[in-house]
Design a protein. Structure first.
Length: 320
């Protein structure tokens, strides 16, 4: 069987002070400070139509910056970290004292046993549509529903990265609370959870909604050769696949979500009423500068949805 990810890299930037910023703010500094680096097209949206699954992901974990590169994103990440010295966020300058890397040249593929992973940032499994269906399910059905959503995450990743799936992908989610956490963005709902699957995956890549915002980052509990141990000092004993386990679900290639490259809706322009000369055309307290900030925020949200268009599942895609 072919490998899903032939190459991956994770770089942790050890800085002289905690980084209390968002991934968007970090990416903004990258774009401003290193405009000619190869990594920039992977961050500013220019490649979103080519790579629906982000090949470069920026995370803030434990107040440190992590940069993850997959396949085409590996070389740009390596080029960037070789030029890092400091970041200027405007209100604070962060000096990079050390760059720790974890590079994986081994194949990442399906396995014949269950492997264990932990979401170290919230897994935003539900959008507004799937949340409505989720609420109408009984508890046992909710677990199976989440299992299948996670399986579709894995199917999407494998399809995006060119793997031909010819067997079942098993998933078993273990949530801390069956009731999801609420998020302000787009009616999203998230879970704190671990999961098992017969899929080999690198740590720190993201699944679900909000990948480019740092949500859905996973950590492999299968070995201790990671940048952080996450409290695990033993290798995970791989588990045999028990098809009779009622809490274990599977998906096949027939369950793969349809790739939907959204087109922006056309807006019909109406005639604008000309404001009187003695009136202020902007609402009180709204300056042209603030208007531009609002538009930029809208653009960021649009970029996010286009990057993850296949991870915003419809209720039909999640049906049993």
């Amino acid at each position: 069987m072919e490998a899903i990810i032939s190459e991956s890299i994770t770089a942790r930037l050890v800085s002289d002070k905690p980084v209390i910023k968002t991934p968007y703010q970090v990416k903004g500094v990258f774009m401003k400070q290193f405009p000619d680096e190869k990594i920039i097209p992977f961050l500013d949206g220019r490649l979103r139509s080519k790579y629906l699954y982000p090949r470069v992901q920026v995370k803030i974990l434990n107040e440190q910056i992590y940069i993850v590169g997959l396949n085409e994103g590996v070389e740009p990440v390596l080029a960037l970290i070789n030029n890092l010295d400091s970041f200027n966020f405007g209100d604070i300058t962060v000096k990079i004292e050390e760059v720790e890397t974890e590079q994986n040249n081994d194949p990442v593929m399906m396995a014949d046993k269950l492997l264990r992973y932990k979401f170290i940032t919230p897994w935003v499994a539900l959008n507004a549509g799937t949340n409505r269906k989720y609420k109408n399910l009984v508890d046992e059905e909710k677990i199976l529903f989440l299992n299948k959503l996670l399986g579709q995450n894995l199917l999407f990743l494998s399809k995006e990265l060119g793997l031909n799936i010819d067997s079942k992908i098993y998933t078993k989610v273990n949530v801390q609370d069956i009731e999801p956490n609420k998020h302000d963005e787009n009616g999203w709902r998230s879970f704190d959870t671990e999961f098992k699957t017969n899929f080999m995956l690198p740590s720190y890549i993201g699944f679900g909604n909000g990948i480019t915002r740092g949500y859905g980052s996973i950590f492999s509990l299968n070995h201790i050769n990671n940048l952080e141990s996450q409290g695990s000092d033993k290798e995970y004993a791989q588990e045999e696949i028990n098809a009779d386990d009622e809490l274990l679900s599977f998906v096949t290639i027939n369950d793969a979500p349809v790739i939907n490259k959204r087109k922006k809706k056309k807006r019909f322009k109406g005639k604008k009423k000309r404001a009187p000369n003695n009136s202020n055309p902007s609402p009180k307290g709204m300056s042209r500068k603030k208007g531009n900030n609002f538009n930029k925020k809208e653009a960021d949200i649009d970029d996010e949805s286009r990057f993850n268009s296949c991870l915003l599942y419809t209720s039909d895609a999640a049906d049993e």
